[in-house]
Design a protein around this ligand. Structure first.
Ligand SMILES: [Zn+2]
Length: 684
């Protein structure tokens, strides 16, 4: 592993932080923490931790020896000084004399001794850092180190590979007991430069930031070299079908299968992140893949991300694709049964009452193809994929030099269902549309953009579809929540299909369609050009129908219901003079909404329409408002609020109606009016 220490960069950072009142110790601690955190082969997403022993002065001028240690919730790659809260060292050191300290008391002790009470919780490995006498202590879950310690004979192998300068600590769950055991092992031979933690990772330490970092890189490189030199060739790969199906062929079926069914038509949905590379595909062709996946995770904190390990599917045969969704469901059921039994078996062992987490897999391996990370958000799904890549790397190394044997499921249970972790999860309240994917046509218009913003704020990932690709991307970026923009002419069925394909490629599927795009053409119905009327039907009817067909195709693959929402118009029920070309297809679309409600209610698809009028938008521009209000002898304000309530109706009000229908889970075949009240357009 390359040593990235650079004197000039380190000194520049020290100088920069000095201006902000951060001392040299802490600045260098930030520097090497970022170096370690930026390498996924060392730490992933919140894993690993570092510390520095220093001295600070509190608000009343008292000076304290402190341990600045990584705070929970901080990612090492982007750490800042406030991510390394200072804890009074004296109190931590006193704790070593205790025989026992519960996790809750340990957290209380650490929090009670923070210099700044608003700091995040110091790492669960704080005491281990405190009990070691060195100024700088670094800890990672290096994949190369895991290849050596996830072995049946890990202690003998570690001593052989790393020599006498590294201590060896048997597996103990992180916390007080591990800290004491590690400190005792260090005291027995204080000449060591670090500690190898069985089935877990590595600590290195030093008098300065560079020494601790150099040692980390050195011992990781020793492990890498050992694996490279002593690795045996991989076993003969499994035979794959003649033609392996693509991810898009079954991604939606998989996404539906891993949605957690809460009954009564409600699902906790996840999004999927597909990832592949030649190295991933090569590993997935191992004849031992299923066995390796069942064996477990390479280091215990991965269980927070991918539970007991990945789910493995058979290679998808392009010639037998029809049978594959059933195969997926069978494997998910198998995973759920295995996870449930793991929970029940281990939960019974003591009298602590725990609630089982949802038993769905978070990582799916597909031989011949790649893997899918699953998560309630795209960010979580991508983290699961990142974890998958590093799991593969550690397992590949372990299998090359021996036999992958990580922590047992029984020991893993203690970590996955650790009270501290469970408390963290309980505070993670999902939003109403968390895990759901919505596609909005006409997404860059006023109503589309307001809807994208509102749905994203309620947890959905949004696919903003618009004729104007740049505007679509801009709306998506403003809506946030990892939403995407897609430029497409929705009256072209092939182009429309690619927009839905993008939803599947990026998120794994779709749950809600807001079929919103429309445009108005004027002309007396007795004289209007046929071509113009047909053009209006293409956009104001057929594009809605084609979009709904695409959505229903995906909904059927997922098997988790779905929502169709159509933007009809006041014209659909209350025609205006010269607006026939607009009103006729809109009336057909209103009926279309009811037809979908009728035909797909049985598979949980709800279909509703929103009937809006007089909204400031691309269909009713400021210029049009000026000329129409003038023609009627009204002020613009009176024209825009010419309804029963006497209030202007905005795009945001229409977005609210779409959101209402996305959440009203017993409403289908309905039309909601958003026009401030127009008695002539009231539906009977
Ligand atoms: Zn650790």
């Amino acid at each position: 592993m390359k040593n990235l220490w650079n004197d000039a960069t380190a000194e520049a950072l020290v100088a920069d932080y000095a201006k902000k009142g951060v001392d040299r110790d802490l600045a260098l601690r930030v520097y090497t923490t970022r170096l370690l955190g930026g390498e996924p082969r060392l730490v992933l997403h919140g894993g690993g931790n570092t510390s520095v022993k220093s001295r600070v002065t509190d608000l009343v001028g008292d000076s304290w020896d402190v341990l600045c240690v990584k705070g929970s919730g901080w990612d090492m790659a982007v750490i800042e000084p406030q991510g390394l809260p200072a804890v009074k060292l004296g109190a931590l050191l006193k704790a070593r004399a205790l025989d026992k300290l519960s996790d809750e008391d340990m957290v209380a002790l650490q929090r009670a001794n923070l210099i700044d009470p608003s700091s995040p919780n110091p790492s669960v490995e704080t005491l281990l850092h405190a009990f070691l006498p060195h100024k700088f202590v670094d800890h990672t879950h290096s994949t190369a180190i895991l290849a050596i310690v996830d072995q049946p004979d890990s202690e003998a192998l570690s001593r052989k590979v790393f020599g006498p300068r590294m201590g060896f600590v048997p597996y103990i769950k992180p916390g007080f007991d591990l800290a004491k055991a590690a400190a005792d092992i260090f005291d027995a031979d204080p000449s060591v430069e670090g500690l190898i933690l069985d089935k877990h990772g590595i600590f290195t330490f030093g008098d300065n930031a560079r020494q601790a970092y150099d040692r980390m890189i050195h011992y990781v490189t020793v492990a890498e070299d050992y694996v490279a030199r002593n690795g045996k060739a991989a076993a003969k790969p499994i035979e794959l079908p003649k033609e392996v199906a693509g991810a898009a062929d079954f991604a939606s079926a998989l996404r539906g299968a891993v949605a957690f069914d809460r009954g009564e038509g409600a699902f906790d949905r996840m999004v999927s992140d597909f990832r592949t590379s030649p190295a991933i595909v090569e590993f997935l062709s191992s004849p031992r893949l299923t066995e390796l996946a069942r064996t477990g995770v390479s280091t215990p904190d991965l269980s927070i991300r991918i539970k007991t390990g990945p789910m493995v599917l058979p290679a998808p045969d392009a010639a037998k694709l029809d049978a594959y969704p059933a195969e997926i469901r069978k494997h998910v059921a198998g995973f759920v049964a295995g996870y449930t039994s793991y929970f029940e078996t281990n939960d019974k062992l003591d009298d602590v009452r725990r609630t089982m987490l949802d038993p769905m897999p978070r990582l799916t391996l597909v031989p011949g193809l790649g893997m899918f990370g699953h998560g309630r958000t795209l960010k979580d799904a991508k983290i699961a994929s990142d974890v998958g890549e590093m799991w593969i790397e550690a397992v590949r190394g372990a299998e090359a030099v021996g036999t992958f044997q990580p922590l047992t499921h029984a020991e893993l249970f203690g970590l996955e269902y650790w009270s501290l972790e469970q408390a963290k999860l309980a505070s993670n309240k999902p939003k109403p549309l968390t895990g759901q994917v919505v596609l909005i046509t006409g997404g860059a218009g006023a109503i589309g953009a307001a809807t994208a913003k509102l749905f994203a704020a309620n947890g959905a990932h949004v696919v903003v579809v618009d004729l104007d690709a740049d505007k679509a991307a801009e709306v998506a970026s403003k809506a946030g929540n990892d939403s995407i923009g897609v430029g497409c002419d929705i009256t072209d069925p092939a182009a429309l299909r690619t927009a839905f394909d993008r939803a599947v490629a990026v998120y794994g599927g779709l749950d809600i369609l807001v079929s919103n795009a429309g445009a108005a053409w004027e002309g007396g119905i007795g004289e209007i050009d046929d071509a113009l009327l047909r053009k209006s039907f293409e956009l104001n009817f057929f594009a809605h129908q084609n979009a709904a067909q695409n959505a229903v195709r995906i909904f059927k693959q997922q098997g988790t219901g779905g929502v169709l929402l159509f933007n009809t118009s006041k014209q659909a029920v209350n025609p205006g003079p010269k607006f026939g070309a607009y009103g006729l297809p809109k009336a057909a679309t209103l009926f279309l909404s009811r037809q979908y409600a009728l035909e797909y209610g049985a598979i949980g698809v709800r279909s509703n329409a929103v009937n809006a009028d007089r909204i400031r938008s691309g269909l009713l521009t400021d210029d049009m408002i000026a000329s129409r209000s003038k023609a009627r002898g009204l002020s613009e304000k009176d024209y825009m609020s010419g309804n029963l309530l006497g209030l202007e109706v905005t795009a945001e009000h229409v977005a609210q109606a779409f959101l209402h229908h996305a959440l009203a889970d017993r409403t289908t075949g309905d039309v909601t009016t958003v026009d401030g009240g127009n008695i002539a357009a009231v539906l009977r």
